[in-house]
Write a protein that binds this ligand. Structure first.
Ligand SMILES: NC(=O)c1ccc[n+]([C@@H]2O[C@H](COP(=O)([O-])OP(=O)(O)OC[C@H]3O[C@@H](n4cnc5c(N)ncnc54)[C@H](OP(=O)(O)O)[C@@H]3O)[C@@H](O)[C@H]2O)c1
Length: 245
């Protein structure tokens, strides 16, 4: 018998997971073919094989528009998949780090703190992520990280001046999350917002695409929040303690 792995990551081939794999040395990251999280037997077998001390759950159905027409699949992956992992983590005493989203909030006033009331959510994807958080909270040892990120490059020719966010590029956010994961057991909270300062989507876009055009969310059919920004003061306090330590 070999020693168990320190960390097992789901969604390791995804946008965030790819960055986390590079940042967290030695993490085991079985892909969907090895561990489809909607298959309880596959989840149990992979955890038996690797016996991790910590599970980092970054796998999800993330196609926000697709979720509206593909609700059953979105629920199966985001809620039932999370439940399958939680059941096995509970049995084995595994510390659970769950990646969640700013979309659990309504997105009207912004500046949402960890303990602010969640909802009402504005789309089906957000509903499943909120339900997944509730599933994770049955575990005695867990950390829910609410975050939001973009690919490394701004992909669109325009960006909204009337949507406010604390999201950032994935190569900015992932190192912050990696540090939180390394410190997860010392964090005296079960929810942590990991993001940067409030800004418009347009201001964020200009940082990596100076020629991006200003646009308005009124130009698109989907409903978008006015201000989904997170209060990140809890994260900042912790990060400054870690810097000083
Ligand atoms: N992107 C954002 O702006 C954002 C914002 C806030 C929170 N989040 C959260 O952050 C996490 C990572 O998001 P992301 O943008 O990096 O996602 P992503 O690029 O869409 O990657 C999702 C990963 O989940 C895996 N996956 C999907 N269904 C699975 C299943 N049944 N079994 C096992 N693995 C499965 C995918 O594997 P395959 O590639 O093999 O399908 C992929 O590796 C998610 O929890 C998401 O909800 C994202």
């Amino acid at each position: 018998m070999t020693d168990g792995a320190a960390m097992l990551l789901t969604g390791g081939a995804g946008r965030l997971g790819t960055e986390l794999r590079a940042l967290l040395g030695g993490v085991v990251a079985p892909g969907e073919e090895a561990m489809d999280i909607t298959d309880p037997a596959a989840v149990a077998a992979v955890l038996d094989e690797h016996r991790p001390a910590m599970l980092i759950h970054a796998a999800a159905y993330t196609d926000v528009a697709g979720a509206e027409t593909n609700r059953a699949l979105c629920w199966r992956v985001n809620v039932e998949g999370t439940r399958n992992l939680v059941v096995e983590a509970m049995r084995r005493g595994i510390f659970f780090v769950h990646i969640s989203t700013d979309y659990v909030f309504e997105g009207t006033t912004g500046g949402y703190a960890e303990d602010d009331p969640v909802g009402p959510v504005c789309n089906y994807y957000a509903l499943t992520k909120l339900a997944a958080e509730a599933v994770v909270r049955v575990l005695p040892e867990h950390l829910v990280i609410r975050t939001s990120f973009r690919p490394r490059q701004w992909a669109h020719p325009a960006a909204f001046t009337d949507v406010y966010t604390s999201q950032d590029y994935v190569d900015v956010i992932a190192p912050m999350i990696a540090q939180v994961i390394r410190r997860a057991r010392e964090i005296p909270h079960t929810t942590l917002h990991v993001a940067t300062e409030r800004k418009s989507a347009y201001d964020l876009a200009r940082r990596r695409r100076p020629d991006v055009r200003p646009g308005s969310k009124r130009e698109v059919a989907v409903r978008l929040p006015d201000d989904i920004s997170l209060d990140v003061s809890r994260y900042r306090r912790l990060a400054s303690q870690w810097r000083d330590a």
